[in-house]
Design a binder for this molecule. Structure first.
Ligand code: ADP
Length: 396
């Protein structure tokens, strides 16, 4: 029975899941964090039990050593459940990687080279890959890229109307992110509807702290809202999403903001946090219900943008067969789903209020009315399972 280890590494932490592939069941999961800082911490969950340790963790290699110790001490045994592959999440695959790829030294060099485009993400992933390739030297390692699913976009969707020479020199184009989730959800939607993926026009809203929406035609991404970086598109927990770029020039000239200050303003101090001082939709919903105008405006700006993208992608696809919501906000907040699709009855979209309110966590639920031409679904995403599936497919 095949088992795959999934690893998601950042520069100072990594998470892992050991997944048994036949039932897509998590055998164990865990976290190693504060690598390279004062005191590091590990967490290992096996069965119903959770084990925690604190220790100095100077680097990722030490972290993988601690992970192996946790498996040896608390189980499950990696001899009994020996992984056939390690699947690594890598944020940026640039225009080079259009599918999950077995990691070789050359692939590592390419991931390193792409750090120019993802300075906050690719270096950490690479540290995790190097350490994991040492810890699990006898099995193949596979890189699964957040960008790869969107490499099917046509040039008119991924090209910015920017001076061509400048764009080419600096590799500026739309890459798109959250691809692993969009792929997983669009495939789950097809299975749920019992229809071939190749026949479906889909729109998937991934609404977590980071948020993006993708238009998918026959299983292929044809348009997505995140762009050169994950900053573009929808309003997010702390990111602006779409913005007139001249605002940056204005702030540089008038407010003398530096590049780092602008970066932090756009990525960390804006979005729902910037509008209402909080990024958790539970808080914002409660405040809006209690009459807080700032919270209400933040929700209105958020859902206004969702509707704009729904309309745009319906136009790009020529209508849709299914629209899905996923991730923290998409799976848990009925009023956001309702507002996102309000006014789209003309396009055959009708959300049933009772089904929408009754959608249960962790289950695929159809929330559209029986007479809705477009099926509207809530689908729990599972990026780890998707990474494991793709890793297994590469090595099989
Ligand atoms: P990430 O992008 O960090 O993976 P998630 O997909 O976990 O994010 O989504 C996190 C966000 O989802 C939270 O900031 C919160 O706004 C929202 N969220 C999660 N659970 C709930 C819930 N039960 N009710 C309302 N909002 C929720």
């Amino acid at each position: 029975m095949a088992v795959v280890l999934v690893v998601n590494s950042g520069s100072s932490s990594f998470k892992y899941q050991l997944i048994e592939m036949q039932g897509e069941r998590v055998l164990a999961s865990g976290l190693v964090e504060r690598i390279g800082e004062g005191t590091g911490r590990t967490e290992h969950v096996a069965g119903d039990e959770e084990f925690e340790t604190r220790a100095q963790i100077p680097d990722h290699t030490t972290g993988f050593g601690l992970m192996l110790d946790a498996f040896a001490e608390h189980g499950p045994s990696l001899d009994v459940h020996a992984p056939v592959a390690v699947g690594h999440r890598v944020v940026h695959g640039g225009a080079r990687f259009f599918e999950a790829t077995e990691i070789t030294d050359l692939v590592e060099i390419n991931i390193d080279d792409l750090a120019v485009l993802a300075p906050l993400h690719n270096p950490g992933a690479l540290q995790g890959i190097r350490a994991a390739r040492t810890a699990f030297a006898s099995i193949p390692h596979v890189a699964v890229f957040d960008t790869a699913f969107h490499q099917s976009m046509p040039p008119e969707a991924y090209t910015y109307a920017l001076d061509r020479a400048t764009a080419e020199r600096h590799r500026i184009r739309r890459y798109g992110f959250h691809g692993t989730s969009h792929k997983f959800v669009s495939e789950a939607a097809a299975v749920h509807l019992g229809r071939p993926l190749t026949e479906l026009k889909q729109i998937v809203f991934h609404l977590g702290n980071g948020a993006s929406v993708t238009a998918i035609d026959g299983g292929r991404s044809v348009e997505t809202s995140m762009g050169f970086t994950p900053l573009e598109g929808l309003v997010m927990g702390s990111r602006t999403g779409d913005l007139d770029p001249a605002i940056l020039l204005h702030l540089q000239r008038r407010a003398q903001l530096t590049t780092d200050e602008l970066d932090s303003l756009l990525n960390k101090k804006s979005g729902l946090i910037g509008l209402a001082g909080a990024n958790d939709m539970r808080d914002l919903t409660a405040r809006a219900e209690a009459g807080d105008d700032r919270a209400q405006l933040a929700i209105d700006v958020y859902t206004h943008r969702l509707r704009a993208y729904a309309g745009a992608y319906l136009a790009q696809l020529g209508g849709a067969d299914v629209i899905s919501f996923t991730a923290g906000v998409g799976e848990n907040v009925p009023h956001i789903r309702e507002s996102a699709l309000r006014g789209l009855e003309f396009a055959g979209i009708r959300v049933d209020p009772n089904r929408n309110a009754a959608a249960r966590r962790g289950e695929i639920t159809r929330i559209s009315a029986d007479d809705s031409r477009v099926a509207v679904l809530v689908i729990p995403t599972d990026e780890e399972v998707e990474i494991a599936r793709q890793a297994l497919a590469v090595v099989s």
